[in-house]
Write a protein that binds this ligand. Sequence first.
Ligand code: FAD
Length: 434
Amino acid sequence: MRLAVIGGVAAGLSAASRARRLDRSLEILVLEKGPTISYAACGLPYYIEGRVDSTRDLIVYTPEHFRRERNIEVRTGAEVAFIHHSRRELSLTGGERVRYDHLVIATGARPKRAGIEGADLPHVFTLHTLTDAVRLREFIRNERPRRAAVIGAGYIGIEAAEALRTQGLAVTLIESSESVLNRADRELTETLRRHLERSRIDLRLNMRISEIESGRAGDVPADLVVLSAGLMPNVEIAAEAGIQLGRTGAIEVSDRMETSLPGVYAAGDCAETTHLITGRPVYIPLGTTANKMGRIAGANAAGGRERFPGVVGTSIVRVCGLAVATTGLSAAEAKREGFDPVSARIEARDRAPYFWPAWTTVELVADRRTHRLLGGTIIGERDAAGRVNVIASALTSRMTIDDLENLDLAYAPPYAPVWDPLLVAAQQLHKLLD
Ligand code: FAD
C-alpha cells in the first residue's frame, strides 16, 4: 500500500510522519515541487530583518533525514500536474506517473496578486517561500533601496514592514480596507496605527493600489514593494480531479480531513476548516492549524479514525515590539454572525505594582443573552500569548463570561498581579451584561 502526499512543508510532512508512526509497513512518498522541504515560513520576516542569519537556520529537516530516520521518501522538484483518481495515479510535470492507494493533498497557498498591474516588476516581492526571502534580502543588500511600500496590512504585511524598517528603510504600509490584521475592530486598528507611527511606519488605510511602476506603488514613492494582500489556496489540481471546493474557495473537508473523494485527504493552507464559534466553514491559513490538520489527515490515511474539530481563530503577531493577539470574533464580526455582542476593553498592569509592571490591554466580547464568551484581544509587551491562549481555551470549551471571571489563574508578584488583567476585563464585561 502506498500513501502519496502532495506538498512537503507543514501539513504534508506532518501527515507523512503521523502515517509512518501508525503504520510501519506503508510505503510513503512525499512530492514537493519546490527545492526545499520542511522550512519555517514563519521565520522569514526575521531573516529579512537580519535576526536570523542564514536560511539554513530555518530548515527543520532534509529529505535525507526523512529517508534515514522515518523511512519516508521525499522528492523535491516533483510537481504534480494531475490527479487521476479513478486510476489512483498522479501525473508529474514532465510526464512521469506515480501510483497511490491513499492520497493527502497539502499544496498550501500562494500570495494574491490582487489584480495589480506591474506586480511582476523586479522590485516587487512576495514573502511566502524561502526563495522569496533570499531574493528580497539580496535586493536590499545589492540595490540599497531607501523607501518601501508594503501592500496589505495583514500579519505578514505588518511583519514585513517591521523587518524593512529594522533594515533602515522608510516604510509605507498600505491597506485597502479600513482595518488591520483582517479584524473588523476600529479600536485595535487605531491603537496599531498610533504604535506604527511611533515606529515611523506610515499606515495608509482605505487605499487601493492598482498599479506599480518603477519608483512607486500608486502614488506612494517606493524603490521596493512587498505584496502581502492575502492568500489564495492552491486548489487547482484538486478541483480538476473533481474534488469539491467549499464556499471559502479552499478544499472542503470533513472533520476527518477527508475530501469529497473517499480516501483522498486535504490539510493545511489548501483546505478550509470549521469555526468553533459560528459552526461555519472558514479559511484561516496558519502554520499551527496546518500541522494539526496534517497529523489528522495522515492518521486517517493510514487507517485511523481521528478528527479535527476546528479552530477559534487564534493568532499573535509582533508589531514593533508590541504583541497583538486575537482569538474568536471581534464585536463587529459577532454582530455580523447574528450574536448580540457586548464588549469591554480595559488596561491593567501585568505584574504586581512593585515589580516593574507594563500595561496590557484586554478586550473581551460576550453575547448579551447567553453570556457566552465570543472573542478576545490582548495587546501588550509581555505574556500576550499566555493570556490569549487562556481565552482560546475558554472559547473552545464554550465558557461564559461568568466562568472566566472565576478562573483560577496564577499569581505571584514577578509574573502576574493578584487580579490578572483577564479577570479584570471579565469583571468589567460582567457589569455591562447585568
Ligand atoms: P505550505 O507551507 O505552503 O506548503 C505547501 C507546499 O506544497 C509548498 O512547498 C508547495 O511548493 C507545494 N506544492 C504546491 N502545489 C504542488 C504540486 N502541484 N506538486 C507538488 N508540490 C506542490 N503561521 C502561524 O501559525 N504563525 C506564524 O507566525 C506564521 N508566520 C508566517 C510568516 C510568513 C512570512 C509566512 C509566509 C507564513 C506564516 N505562517 C504563520 C503561515 C504558515 O507558514 C503556513 O500556514 C504553513 O506553512 C502552511 O503549511 P502547508 O503545508 O499547508 O502549506
